[in-house]
Design a protein around this ligand. Structure first.
Ligand SMILES: [Zn+2]
Length: 190
């Protein structure tokens, strides 16, 4: 199985896990030396074909216009970290909590084991902007995963498997904190 096959498989997995809120959202990439493979703009994450993936150069922007709209965020993360793979998805619970917190601290054991906290990146221009690209490159130096407020989650890893692990842990942490806080507030009301 090559990197493109893995990207197709992970795209299907993201959809089956309910981590894609709308059919054409999210993106995925893999580092390949001085280049990176990334999903093209407008392609559905859950049903990618080999033709839906494009290889781009870090130093030459040829082809960037047909790549995912978050192509500059992916490039910035690769240039600032040792990431070998990146996943971005519109994870519903993480997006919801990102509107209320600047850091999300896990309340569950698995979340605490893997993450001290999840940083929330705040921007006036939270989609496909240079501001977000710079902030993600900087934040993901020290974190495997971060949430762009009101937009979605970006995770990195030594491969797609690890990037998926941190993306799903982020959503699990957010889901459990959501339930914990909801239950906690109801108990107090009662
Ligand atoms: Zn997005």
């Amino acid at each position: 199985m090559d990197s493109i096959d893995e990207m197709i498989l992970i795209g299907k997995k993201l959809e089956s896990l309910g981590l894609i809120e709308s059919s054409h959202s999210g993106n995925i990439s893999v580092r390949n030396g001085n280049k990176f493979l990334i999903k093209k703009h407008g392609k559905m994450m859950g049903s990618l074909n080999r033709d839906d993936i494009i290889e781009l150069d870090f130093n030459d922007e040829k082809g960037y216009e047909i790549a995912s709209s978050e192509v500059y965020a992916h490039r910035s993360i690769y240039l600032n970290t040792d990431a070998k793979a990146i996943i971005h998805a519109h994870t519903p619970y993480a997006i919801t909590l990102s509107m209320f917190f600047e850091k999300i601290f896990p309340v569950d054991a698995e979340g605490k084991y893997y993450l001290e906290y999840i940083p929330v990146i705040i921007s006036e221009d939270p989609v496909a902007s240079k501001d977000i690209a710079e902030k993600l490159g900087s934040t993901l130096k020290d974190h495997y995963v971060a949430i762009v407020r009101g937009h979605g989650t970006f995770s990195r890893g030594k491969d797609l498997n690890e990037a998926l692990k941190y993306l799903t842990i982020c959503e699990s942490v957010s889901h459990l904190k959501y339930l914990y806080d909801l239950w906690n507030s109801n108990v107090h009301i009662c």
